[in-house]
Design a protein around this ligand. Structure first.
Ligand code: GLA
Length: 526
């Protein structure tokens, strides 16, 4: 810039204000413009919006953005994934090198290291989780983009509230299998067919498991008419649904009211009715509808009309479709989930395959138990039984809790490779009968001491299931006091885990329950 000013001064000195050479002046002005642009570019460094793509193995592309603001050597801003901005921490830019960190789901730290090469930002992205396993490293090239590219789609007009009629489905909690907990993004047509086969051959179908549910990552984009497309993992959804139906089972699918699903795949925003019709035409019987990127567009207070829209669309689709709401229990969904046509609604964040996660979820549900009625169920998330992160005792606690809560029993393990003990837990018909009891009475806590809890739940036949949980790290001697529990003086009970009849006498029943374990008794009507 300084040089330009000098050049101008030199012209004025040489030719005077009115006596000048036009060509030379043009050259000078161009030189000034070029130098100004170059200087501005150099000053902006890496500030601005950068776009990069991740090519997934299923041939779909995930688009991500970095919105960077460089001030000297410090860099602030966001990494934008599925429209969700994650704030950069420890951002720096020195000697042409970017370093930025974000954290994701409280579990992962992602480092972005980049080098500016002309108009490209060459990125090395390292993802570390809480475990000691080495970081997962990927490379990507980001190019400059515009503010427009990261602008959120506008919220759609919300429908007037009304009560969506009961669809009459799932009078007892849905039972089946869902792909997410074990397979996540590795689900495909083959995995789903194998799950259907295994449900039949293992005896799970006989034990009541019906729904084979495909979770996230089946989607591709849309065709010219806006019809949702499957990615290459699912070459023919109709044929897959036909296959699952041929086994006497039902099939479920997954979407979101936002533009993208939680895993960043195409979702139903602006195509709700069209998608419901597509699912019906493919033969689907169940939809899990996951809030995800809708949260960037709508307020939490808009959840009811947004879910109602899909509730109506499913009922207009011409096929009975179970409606599963997944918005992590926000906005007290148990108070309005039924009104939008929901058959079940998630009540918590995602479960993980460990004692801490499972028991925190399971033991926190009693306070909303009363909202479960036939056809309308609280959903504390899918089962982790058999996924390897808990002991068999802990998985028995998991299954017993879900049964006592009338929760959906959606197995989340690899059914082809499960152990005998996993199968025994999942097909314990006496515990399943508690979950599936048609009266859907609510469990009550009848005693609690230190890390132990005793729950009771009345069954439709007047019997009562009494469940003794030891949440502690040491074995605990636990005692049921029958008269205090209002159960008279029973003379016998059925142990639902050992499948033995138990003789009872006197007013108490005492048992030592191992750490993280459970005893479940069904006491006949006195
Ligand atoms: C959310 C849901 C999960 C699963 C994933 C898929 O996290 O809560 O159950 O559906 O999305 O991306």
């Amino acid at each position: 810039m300084g040089e330009c000013r000098q050049t101008n001064r030199r012209y004025l000195k040489r030719f005077g204000p009115y006596d000048f050479d036009k060509k030379k002046l043009m050259r000078t002005l161009l030189c000034c413009a070029f130098l100004s642009a170059a200087t501005m570019y150099a000053q902006s460094g890496i500030s601005g919006v950068w776009r990069y793509e991740v090519h997934r193995q299923d041939d779909t592309i995930e688009v991500l953005f970095l919105n960077l603001n460089q001030q000297g050597s410090s860099v602030t801003g966001d990494v934008i994934e599925n429209y969700h901005p994650r704030h950069i921490r420890n951002g720096s830019y020195t000697d042409g090198k970017l370093h930025a960190e974000i954290s994701r789901w409280g579990e992962q730290v992602i480092d972005y290291d980049g080098a500016l090469a002309g108009d490209r930002l060459e990125l090395t992205i390292s993802r570390k989780d809480n475990s000691s396993s080495p970081p997962h490293v990927t490379q990507a090239v980001a190019t400059r983009s515009t503010e427009d590219a990261i602008r959120l789609p506008a919220p759609l007009p919300l429908p007037e509230l009304h009560d969506v009629p009961d669809n009459g489905l799932v009078r007892t909690p849905p039972m089946g299998w869902n792909s997410w907990n074990h397979f996540a993004g590795r689900v495909n047509d083959k995995v789903v067919r194998a799950a259907a086969d295994a449900v039949v051959s293992s005896g799970m179908k006989d034990a009541g498991y019906v729904y084979i549910n495909i979770d996230d990552t089946w989607e591709a984009g849309r065709d010219a008419n806006g019809n949702i497309q499957t990615n290459k993992k699912f070459p023919d959804m109709k044929a897959l649904a036909d296959y699952v139906h041929s086994k006497g089972l039902k099939i479920g699918i997954y979407s979101s009211p936002g533009p993208l699903t939680c895993a960043g795949y195409e979702a139903s925003y602006g195509h709700e009715e069209q998608d419901a019709k597509t699912y019906a035409s493919w033969g689907f019987d169940y939809l899990k509808y996951d809030w995800c990127s809708a949260g960037e567009i709508y307020k939490d207070g808009d959840m009811r009309p947004v879910y109602q829209k899909m509730g109506d669309a499913l009922q207009a689709s011409g096929r009975p479709i179970v409606f599963s709401l997944c918005q992590y229990g926000r906005e007290d969904v148990w108070t309005w989930g039924a009104k939008v046509g929901g058959n079940l609604w998630r009540t918590t964040g995602d479960i993980s395959d460990n004692w801490e996660s499972m028991s925190t979820i399971g033991f926190s549900q009693m306070k909303i138990a009363e909202y479960a009625t036939p056809g309308r169920f609280n959903d504390p998330d899918m089962l982790e039984v058999g996924n390897g992160g808990m002991t068999d005792d802990e998985y028995r606690v998991h299954f017993s809790l879900w049964a006592m809560l009338s929760a959906p029993l959606l197995a989340g393990n690899d059914l082809e490779k499960m152990s005998k003990s996993t199968l025994a837990i999942l097909t314990n018909k006496e515990v399943i009968a508690v979950d599936q009891d048609p009266a859907v009475h609510h469990a009550k806590q009848i005693a609690a001491e230190n890390s132990t809890e005793i729950w009771a739940r009345e069954m439709h036949d007047g019997s009562t299931v009494v469940t003794l949980f030891n949440r502690g790290d040491q074995p605990a001697k636990m005692t049921v006091e029958w008269s205090k529990s209002g159960l008279g003086t029973p003379t016998g009970a059925r142990n639902l885990w050992t499948h033995e009849d138990v003789n009872l006498s006197g007013d108490t029943y005492a048992v030592t329950v191992p750490r993280h374990a459970v005893v479940m008794l069904r006491v006949p009507k006195s």
